[in-house]
Design a protein around this ligand. Structure first.
Ligand SMILES: *[C@@H]1O[C@H](CO)[C@@H](O)[C@H](O)[C@H]1NC(C)=O
Ligand SMILES: *[C@@H]1O[C@H](CO)[C@@H](O)[C@H](O)[C@H]1NC(C)=O
Ligand SMILES: *[C@@H]1O[C@H](CO)[C@@H](O)[C@H](O)[C@H]1NC(C)=O
Ligand SMILES: *[C@@H]1O[C@H](CO)[C@@H](O)[C@H](O)[C@H]1NC(C)=O
Length: 644
């Protein structure tokens, strides 16, 4: 600190610790020679955990961070999903307020006393819709994501010119908590291996952020992955899970590439992801503790646990793996030490806390108390709106001679109805035979005269023949209601188009040559579902699904709660207009959706569903209970942490 700074500090802020925030005495660097980090000139190692702000409401960020700190962490790592900040075609208006307030997230970490490692991608993987890429970007199939293709770099640069200025004042050297910024993510696992791209990103970060921040890469522990994912100026780290006899064996491959410097595992897996239709993943606490102990016993090692808290894929934010196409559920509980709702895992949280306290010989802050969840009981549906009425009210329709993907209507999320008219050509035919040919992305309800008749899955893409009852009359309506179940977030399939692109043919009926497409995005590019024309659900009967159903419930004491949809089939649920996420008890594993307290109001609350499968009537009840159920845990522990 120079004399002038001291004077300014004494004068301007007296004893306030702005003085300590002076740029001159804050530094965080890699000390390659001595295999360590130096923070303010002192040897330093971080024990960090991943916490994705996009998966936890902003009012809960501080609570989760306090619990992470009490687990023994001194840093957190987060991805920055590009599509969370620029979700729509009107992407010039970026979102950085409310739950998108990245600056506030970083500042809150600073307040709590956690350092921050940022992963701005632009590709993030993270089991997040499209691996973080906006739908508008990948709707242009000429854009070659994750390469140095000029059109892609142009959009990346435009985004980074918006994002990096939010980060810069929060770098450690500038008084904030951000010590490291990651380039791309596990780039070496991607086929392209384009070094010009990685170097371009590195230079872009340096230009915007300056020299006073560590820029790092994270890759799987193989030579190919590391050499494709990193570059000479980038501090290289790897990721791996529990198991193996000695982490030093795994670090050997990193040492071969980067002979000196601290050793970092940037994704030490505390749990694992789920898919609809499979069991809840389970990574054993004993295995985690054994490997964590071994990691912390190596003085050169810093580590970031993936995840400290997983959180929730609210709305439409889940990603999917492929092939075969397997979307992830709404819960991103991850079997992490902090559960989806910020509660303590039965044994993992304390086991990790004890391991860190012992290994680092530190006294940790007390574990914060939890607020009890509430069971608000059962709720019935009292109002309804048919799909036809909803579409008539809500949206602009598009007409095409060939069915077009969501992108043609500038639609990012939700559903699209493809509508046509069929004329009977063989009046003596007793059954309606049809062949649906082309791309079906993803789950599609086939409607005849607005009545659901058949479900086509994404796996039925290609050519699918079906036979259903012949409708009466000489012509009838054909509808294909296509759901985007989440874009692929990993591997060669990222950027997948959504919708139906193909043809429908029948030996007994002709198909009209104009398709009318109705976007039903259920996001804030369209009118609220409460603007749809609603009618009371008559006793015992309701409009056929797919349809919207509405109910209300009263709350006297606001708390976290868990919504059980056992009696329903599959759909989307909204609490007080907030798009909570997908429910699908028919396939599981998730049985209950986490409803954070901040979504509730004192007095009357609203619940609405868009149900695709199950009949709903005035007797149908959903339940709010005080216990989570993310699904029955697999008895077999995950031991292989390969995403491919
Ligand atoms: C689509 O992407 C290509 C390649 O990046 C680019 O040249 C072209 O301008 C893009 N088209 C539109 C309509 O943005
Ligand atoms: C642990 O920390 C305490 C208090 O800081 C110190 O007295 C003690 O020597 C330390 N023990 C070890 C094994 O480093
Ligand atoms: C019409 O359908 C009937 C009953 O399936 C069948 O026997 C007949 O061959 C069909 N006619 C033509 C012209 O395809
Ligand atoms: C909620 O409370 C209001 C006012 O007391 C009451 O009229 C209404 O019936 C209650 N609704 C439910 C679903 O219990």
């Amino acid at each position: 600190m120079n004399k002038l700074t001291i004077l300014v500090c004494v004068f301007a802020c007296q004893a306030v610790f702005l003085c300590f925030a002076d740029a001159n005495d804050r530094s965080f660097v890699v000390d390659y020679e001595n295999n360590r980090f130096l923070k303010d000139g002192q040897p330093f190692r971080y024990i960090s955990g991943s916490f994705h702000y996009a998966r936890v409401p902003s009012v809960l960020w501080k609570d989760r961070m306090m619990k992470m700190k009490a687990m023994g962490l001194n840093a957190l790592q987060t991805v920055i999903p590009w599509n969370f900040h620029q979700p729509y075609w009107s992407h010039q208006s970026s979102r950085f307020t409310g739950d998108q307030d990245l600056g506030k997230f970083i500042d809150t970490a600073n307040e709590v006393g956690l350092l921050v490692l940022l992963r701005p991608g632009p590709y993030i993987c993270a089991e997040w819709e499209n691996g973080g890429f906006p739908a508008w970007l990948t709707a242009n199939t000429s854009v070659k994501v994750r390469t140095s293709e000029p059109g892609y770099l142009f959009e990346v640069t435009r985004w980074m010119n918006v994002l990096l200025p939010v980060i810069k004042p929060r770098l450690y050297a500038n008084g904030g908590p951000v010590i490291m910024v990651q380039v791309e993510n596990e780039y070496g696992s991607y086929g392209a291996c384009d070094h010009d791209y990685i170097d371009y990103l590195y230079n872009l970060y340096r230009k915007q952020l300056g020299d006073d921040v560590v820029i790092y890469s994270t890759d799987g522990p193989t030579t190919r992955m590391i050499t494709c994912g990193s570059s000479k100026d980038i501090f290289t780290t790897i990721d791996f899970g529990a198991g193996g006899s000695d982490p030093m064996n795994t670090f050997k491959v990193l040492r071969a590439y980067q002979p000196t410097g601290p050793l970092v595992n940037s994704e030490f897996y505390t749990g694992w992801l789920d898919h609809w239709g499979s069991g809840h993943a389970h990574v054993g606490t004993a295995a985690i503790v054994t490997t964590l102990k071994a990691l912390l016993a190596i003085p050169e090692v810093s580590v970031s646990m993936y995840m400290a808290i997983g959180g929730t894929n609210f709305g439409f934010w889940n990603g999917a793996n492929s092939p075969p196409y397997a979307p992830q559920p709404t819960s991103y509980d991850y079997d992490a030490p902090l559960t989806e709702s910020g509660r303590y895992h039965p044994d993992k949280y304390m086991a990790i806390r004890n391991t860190i306290a012992t290994a680092m010989n530190v006294t940790l802050p007390p574990v914060p108390d939890l607020q009890a969840a509430m069971a608000y009981g059962s709720v019935k549906f009292t109002q309804q709106c048919s799909l036809v009425d909803a579409l008539a009210k809500s949206v602009q329709a598009y007409e095409f001679h060939q069915p077009q993907p969501f992108g043609a209507a500038h639609q990012s999320f939700g559903f699209m109805l493809y509508d046509n008219t069929m004329k009977v050509t063989n009046t003596s035919a007793s059954a309606l035979e049809m062949t649906v040919t082309g791309m079906i992305h993803d789950r599609t309800v086939l409607l005849i005269n607005n009545m659901a008749q058949y479900v086509l899955k994404r796996q039925d893409s290609g050519s699918q023949s079906l036979k259903i009852a012949m409708p009466s009359g000489s012509s009838f309506k054909l509808g294909l209601l296509v759901e985007n179940q989440g874009r692929i977030n990993y591997g060669g399939g990222i950027g997948d188009q959504k919708g139906f692109i193909g043809t429908v043919s029948s030996p007994v009926a002709s198909v009209g040559d104009v398709w009318t497409q109705y976007p039903l995005s259920l996001d804030d590019t369209m009118t609220s579902i409460y603007d749809f024309p609603r009618s009371p659900i008559d006793k015992g009967s309701a409009v056929p699904t797919p349809a919207f159903y509405y109910g209300t419930f009263n709350v006297t004491k606001i708390a976290d709660t868990f919504l059980y949809t056992d009696v329903l089939g599959k759909g989307q649920v909204f609490i007080n207009d907030f798009n909570l996420g997908r429910y699908w008890p028919l396939v599981g594993p998730q049985k209950a959706l986490y409803v954070p307290a901040n979504l509730l109001l004192e007095g009357q609350n609203k619940i609405a569903i868009f149900e695709l499968v199950q009949g709903v009537d005035s007797l149908t009840e959903v339940m709010f209970k005080d216990v989570p159920d993310v699904g029955v845990a697999n008895t077999v522990e995950v031991t292989s942490f390969s995403k491919a």
